[in-house]
Design a protein around this ligand. Sequence first.
Ligand SMILES: [Zn+2]
Length: 359
Amino acid sequence: MKILMTLAVALSLAAPSARAAEDRRLVLVTLDGMRWQEVFRGADPALAVDPAIVEDRPGIKAAFLDPADRKRALTPFLHEVMATQGVLIGDRDLGSCARVTNDKFFSYPGYNEILTGRPDPRIASNDPVPNPNVSFLEWLDGRPGYRGKVAVFASWSVFTAILNTGRSRVPVNAGFMTPKPHGAFEAALGRLQDQSPRIWSTVRFDAFTHNYALEAIRRDRPKVVYIAYGETDDFAHDGQYGHMLEAAHRADGFLRELWTTLQADKAYAGKTTLIVTTDHGRGDGSRPNDWKGHGAVIWPASDQTWFAAIGPDVKKGVTKLDQCAGANQVAATALQALDVDWKAFDPQAGTPLPIFALR
Ligand SMILES: [Zn+2]
C-alpha cells in the first residue's frame, strides 16, 4: 500500500512536465450571429416582452428577464466558467472589443476568416462554392500527429464548401447529413433527425450537431474538433426573439456539457483549450428590429463580435485586450493553443491573441 501511495504521489508530481506539447487538444465552437449585446447584457428588456417577436412571454420573462443578472441567466457557462477561469472579450459597454476584419459581415466570409486567419474579398456570398483557401483544420490534418484526428460538426450545410471537403480530408458532418452510424445512439440520432421538422432548408437543429459531436468525442477522441451551431442566427432572421434567446441558452448548455465531458476524460482533461466565438454581429438596436439582420451594407455595426477561451495555458479573468480582437486572429490563436507554429500555417495570418500565460 505504501509503495502504491508513493508511486501515486510520484506520478502526480510528474504529471505537469509529462504533459507533452504534442498532446495539446482543441475544441473550437462558433454560435452563428450571436450578438455581443445579448452575451454581455442578457435578454433585451424591450424586445423580450414584445408579442410580435416572443411567443412564450411568461416563460421568457421568468427565465431571462426576472433574474437580477440577466447575462448570467442567458449564458451562465460563458460568465460563470469561461469569464472567470479563462477570457471573455467583447463587452463594448466596458470598452472591450472584438470584430470581424472582413468587409461583408455575414457567414461565409466570417467563417473563412476565422478558419484561415485572414479575410478574402473573393468570398462575397453564402453560396456553397468550394473554398479556394486552406483552413487551419485542413492544414493540421495534413501534419504528422494530426492526420485523421480532426473532425467538424456543423448545423449549416454550407460548411462542406467552407472546408472544401472535395479537396480536404477533414470529415465534416453538416446540414442534414446522417452518416453511417457507429452504434445504437448514432442510429437513433439519425432516425430522429430524419423524422424531425426542417424549418430551415440548410440548417438543422443544433441538438443534432451537438450530439453527433459529443458522441464522436467520446468514441474517437479527435485531437481537434470544430463545432458550428446555427440556430441563434436563423431564429433571429425569422424575427423570433424568444426562440433566439432559448437557442442561445441551449448553446451555452452545450458548451458546459462539452467542457464537463472533456474534463472527465483523461484524453482531454487538463490539456484541452476551448475557444468560442461568432462569425458576425447583428444590428445594434439603433433602428427598430435591426437585431434581426446583419451585413455591412445595411447593418454597419454587425462587424462587432465577441471571443471566449479557456484552457491550461489561457490566462484567467481577462475581459479586455489592448487592441480589438480580430476574427482573423482566431486561427493563429487556436494553433498556439496546440503549441503548433502558426507561421508555418500562414505567416500572413492574423497574430495570436495575447491570451496565453507564459509557459
Ligand atoms: Zn445570418
